[in-house]
Ligand binder design. Structure first.
Ligand SMILES: *Cc1c(COP(=O)(O)O)cnc(C)c1O
Length: 362
């Protein structure tokens, strides 16, 4: 079942693992990924049987350091994953030049990119394949699910074969997800972000909700699940409005551009006007304190990523093979970057509250 939105998996990471298997990744194979990422990425590499090799982010603090990429490649490297963090596009021409020197396939992590034809960007089209996520924090929210688009017929056939072996999730999981989706639609708005987040974490801990993160295990059954038909139809409906969502995101970003005082640093990005961000990143020196203030002021402010391998604390870095101190820029970003929402629920009063929060730095 490949739709015009690609192959649809239970999660984005399940799609990434499928790509890696289709490419032929197995034991002893290294996959280069960036630090300042979601644990889902190294988890998928491990699920495919490979070994994640972390590379640091560049000067911008958010995307892979292309000047240091070649140094991370060894005789065991079999693939490179590049991540368009926050929707900020990586220079794919440069990536493809480096990758072709080493004859390595490139996979684009488009989890922060608006999917579908209405998005306007070119992310996801240069590499061998791209994957997307529709989890709660992503540009298109279905609560669960991920897609894969392959850019070559050969890889497409490999994916097709593997896809035929996948099952829909069990009915109890599906039921929880349906309830969560409706609860989210009903309750979520930026001013309710903190209480909604609290309830989600509490119900997940009780096993009543499907969590975003599981214990990393080789026997995780989710890697044999596809997206259910119900969630596929929901996704198709959501993707129809992507062009309007992108327009809204650009407008909100413009308000933040103008209203947040210049003394608050933005990651140094050369963003063209065609770029649509998933979230609006800012650099602060008092991240923990600001997050606490934002909570009291009912401002949605995310700590993405709170760790170089979000949300893992240092004592769990070893589970995915990350070595503390090995990617210092990524670690620094995790202590300094916060981000504001740009989704369609963000209205005038949310923007005003956010601007007030940042005007304290004046
Ligand atoms: C959310 C996310 C993923 C994984 O998505 P899931 O659907 O939760 O598996 C992968 N990469 C990045 C950068 C993400 O933010």
């Amino acid at each position: 079942m490949t739709t015009e939105n690609g192959f649809l998996y239970f999660r984005g990471r399940v799609g990434l693992a499928a790509i890696l298997k289709a490419i032929g990744i197995g034991s002893g194979d290294d996959v280069v990924i960036q630090a300042f990422t979601c644990v889902a990425v190294p988890e998928a590499v491990l699920a495919a049987g490979g070994r994640p090799v972390f590379a640091d982010v560049g000067e911008d603090g958010v995307n892979l350091d292309l000047s240091g990429l070649a140094e991370r490649i060894t005789g065991s490297t079999r693939a490179i994953v590049v991540q368009h963090t926050f929707g900020i596009p990586v220079d794919m021409t440069e990536v493809m030049t480096i990758a072709s020197q080493f004859e390595l396939p490139v996979i684009e992590d488009c989890c922060h990119i608006y999917p579908g034809p209405g998005s306007g960007g070119s992310a996801g089209t240069a590499g061998a394949a791209a994957f997307y996520s529709f989890e709660w924090g992503k540009p298109v929210v279905v609560g669960i699910g991920g897609s894969v688009v392959a850019n070559g017929a050969g890889l497409g056939e490999q994916l097709e074969r593997h896809y035929a072996s996948l099952q829909p999730p069990p009915s109890l999981t599906e039921l929880k997800l349906r309830i969560q989706y409706h609860a989210h639609r009903l309750l979520y708005r930026p001013s309710f972000y903190w209480p909604v987040r609290f309830v989600y974490h509490a119900t997940s801990a009780l096993g009543l909700a499907v969590p975003s993160f599981n214990t990393i295990s080789a026997e995780n059954p989710e890697y044999s699940w596809r997206l259910s038909d119900r969630h596929r139809r929901r996704l198709e409906r959501r993707i129809e409005t992507v062009a309007a969502d992108v327009e809204h995101a650009r407008n909100v970003a413009k308000q933040y551009d103008l209203g947040i005082p210049e003394c608050v640093a933005r990651p140094p990005l050369a963003l063209g006007s065609e770029v649509a961000l998933a979230r609006y990143p800012l650099l602060v020196d008092d991240k923990a304190e600001l997050l606490a203030t934002a909570r009291r002021a009912r401002v949605e402010l995310s700590s993405w990523y709170a760790s170089p391998v979000h949300p893992l604390p240092p004592e769990q870095y070893g589970e995915v093979g990350y070595v503390a101190g090995s990617c210092p820029r990524a670690e620094r970003s995790a202590t300094r970057i916060v981000s504001l929402p740009l989704n369609t629920q963000v209205g005038r009063s949310d923007i005003d509250r956010a601007l007030r929060l940042f005007n304290r730095y004046r």
